[in-house]
Design a protein around this ligand. Structure first.
Ligand SMILES: [Zn+2]
Ligand SMILES: [Zn+2]
Length: 372
């Protein structure tokens, strides 16, 4: 039996969903399936002989436009052009269909595996829209396979957003309805980020940027094999005019909006904007201890005595050396080929002692900052 979490909101496992789809329900009208595959045939594979009728309403892909009717807040998560979610382009974001007995149920299915490295964050907005709408129209069951990790993570995020609960409080609250819920550690980390971003998935936030780097890193095992990396998820080259700009002259474009820009010291080409910078706290990180000890003999010395000699940025589309798939290498100015810094997917230690992983480092001595 599904567990009631809030008014009109239930959590359950695949058996609960199958039972409702097969026999109908006096209560549940909407189902949010969070399974490794979005297709309804997943139920037949789970239990042979079980055939659940369905009629497609629509499928929405990452990067595709949302033409649908389940809410307005999803354009960001569905990754409109230029949007920088961590999901691979062309991946199915969700499917929507009528399903079950007499096709009475509305089912949204989100393909999500119960793995720590899975990108939960970028599915949240579409799930919120569906849950919100379903609770207005009826009763919604959110289910995954076991009803323990994925469905719990999504409901936790939903409670966090609607009730402004911390990650810990949301888990505790959900456990009062269903005591055995236990999202995997990767999901819990992402929910903590969700809390720190103010209960939204903010693609411009340094927190999200770090997360995207991690996703790129785990997905991009190719760098070990020296294979080319899909650079479409890299940040846009700030030295080039943006797609929707008619301006061609490079320097004039930047700084229009007052954004600080980093330029190659030698040729003045823009190589990064403040928005591209991945901040770190000076001296933070487990290995900084050893560094201070070596350097000063005093492990407790205040970290801000060491100024960072570098800035660290997200991978940008001018970084062809990164795109080529090397594990580490030099970063050179795309215009004059001056050496600007270094990158290493395994991390680089800043002069302040912090480790940044993965690291795309620009030496402050090689770039100028201009605040236009
Ligand atoms: Zn530093
Ligand atoms: Zn240059």
């Amino acid at each position: 039996m599904p567990y009631r979490v809030r008014e009109n909101l239930f959590i359950g496992n695949i058996s609960d969903a199958a039972e409702i789809l097969q026999n109908g329900s006096t209560e549940i009208t909407h189902i949010l399936s969070v399974l490794s595959s979005a297709t309804i045939s997943f139920f037949s594979e789970w239990r042979s002989g079980l055939v659940i009728p369905s009629k497609e309403i629509k499928k929405v892909y990452v990067g595709g436009s949302d033409t649908g009717d389940i809410g307005s807040g999803s354009e960001d998560a569905s990754g409109g052009k230029g949007s920088k979610s961590s999901l691979s382009p062309e991946k199915l974001l969700y499917s929507l269909e009528y399903a079950g007995k007499d096709l009475k149920m509305v089912r949204m299915a989100v393909p999500l595996r119960d793995m720590e490295s899975e990108d939960l964050l970028d599915y949240l907005d579409v799930c919120f829209d569906f849950i919100d709408q379903s609770r207005k129209d009826g009763f919604v069951l959110v289910h995954c396979f076991a009803g323990v990790s994925r469905s719990a993570a999504i409901i936790m995020a939903y409670l966090m957003r609607t009730e402004h609960l911390s990650q810990e409080d949301a888990l505790e609250s959900l456990r009062q309805s269903c005591e055995f819920v236990c999202p995997n550690d990767g999901f819990l980390d992402q929910l903590k980020m969700f809390e720190e971003m103010g209960f939204k998935v903010d693609h411009a936030s340094p927190i999200y940027k770090r997360f995207r780097l991690k996703v790129l890193e785990t997905r991009g095992e190719s760098y070990n094999r020296g294979e080319k990396i899909d650079s479409s998820k890299f940040g846009a080259d700030p030295g080039l005019p943006s797609e929707d700009s008619s301006e061609v002259e490079v320097p004039s474009k930047v700084g229009n909006n007052g954004t600080p820009a980093y330029r190659c010291k030698k040729c003045r080409r823009v190589v990064a904007l403040q928005d591209n910078v991945v901040d770190h706290i000076p001296g933070e990180g487990e290995t900084s201890f050893g560094w201070y000890k070596r350097k000063s003999g005093n492990p407790y010395i205040k970290s801000d005595e060491f100024e960072c000699s570098s800035i660290f940025v997200e991978p940008l589309q001018w970084m062809t050396a990164v795109e080529e798939g090397a594990l580490e290498g030099k970063l050179s100015c795309v215009h004059c080929e001056a050496r600007l810094g270094y990158f290493n997917w395994s991390g680089i230690q800043c002069s302040c002692g912090s480790w940044i992983t993965p690291a795309f480092q620009l030496h402050k001595s090689r770039v100028d900052i201009s605040t236009v």
